[in-house]
Design a protein around this ligand. Sequence first.
Ligand code: NAP
Length: 311
Amino acid sequence: MSTKTILVTGASGLLGSNFSLGAISRGFSVVAQCNDLHLNFPGTPCHVGDLTDISYASELIDKIKPAWVVHLAALTNVDWCEGHLEATHRVNAMIAGRLAALAYGVGSRFVYMSTDAVFAGDSATGYREEELPRPVNVYARSKLAGEKDVLQSHPEALVVRSNIYGWNLQNKTSLSEWILGKLAGGETVFGFTDCVFAPLLVNDLSNLIMDAMQANLHGLYHIATADACSKYEFARLIAKEFGYSGDLIRPVLMANMRLDAPRPRNTYLRADKLVDALRCRLPLMAEGIRRFRELRENGWVQQLKKCGGQP
Ligand SMILES: NC(=O)c1ccc[n+]([C@@H]2O[C@H](COP(=O)([O-])OP(=O)(O)OC[C@H]3O[C@@H](n4cnc5c(N)ncnc54)[C@H](OP(=O)(O)O)[C@@H]3O)[C@@H](O)[C@H]2O)c1
């Protein structure tokens, strides 16, 4: 086992693809794992398969015996999850716990990615790790169950709660890409003013996760921006950074929307525990959004898409 090999599950996903490319550029040896796309990250093997097939997952971890398993595969469509309780729990909780146990068995460290949505969203000051989670939908309950299963199965696991945006390798749209797409088409963007969060650019989050891994942190950590804002303000920051008129962004209340899954309102995470442990500085929202634009200008999006087999 190389001390620097990381097995990344969900490597075709928003976080997984950016994490994998970022880890390669930091000198880690990455083994990518995903459901059905054959990925071609530079110099990186890719294993394709369904992680709910536990013998496949077991053989994979046993064969690679990586220094780290960074488990980013999950079912993430919150409205779909609301109608598919069993499948959601199987992938987001049961598989996470099984993988953590398998990793522990071969001496691999483990990272599990969780969400700010484990909280009810009724805090005005943001949530720290010691606060009681109270998830309000199926997706968030499955992620919280995953946290518990992972920490029970692997005493040295690192569990990260966050919220993310960035560039996708696949033809999917993150919140930031959706906002940009609307603005580019001259369409109005309706932004929630009653929903406050502290999302990180996936590339900033990836770097902080790797810093935490290298510092041997384990247990539960929140990772977020230093400041928080409403989804309405987030959309306005994106418009400003990309040179679109802020008039295209209109305020609306999430409370007035009909969504399949209930959503928590304020899920602003406080990441002081991470700052103390790493002695690091958290990015501000506007800094992340500036880097989001710079990544497109510097060819990062093309590089990502190529790894997914797109021209
Ligand atoms: N997106 C957010 O805003 C957000 C916020 C907080 C936390 N998170 C957490 O962050 C992590 C990454 O999220 P993301 O947005 O990057 O997710 P994503 O883009 O939806 O990617 C999820 C990945 O999981 C894979 N996957 C799903 N089921 C699988 C299975 N049975 N076997 C193998 N692979 C499977 C998917 O592969 P296919 O595409 O091939 O099916 C995909 O590569 C997740 O744990 C998520 O819960 C996300």
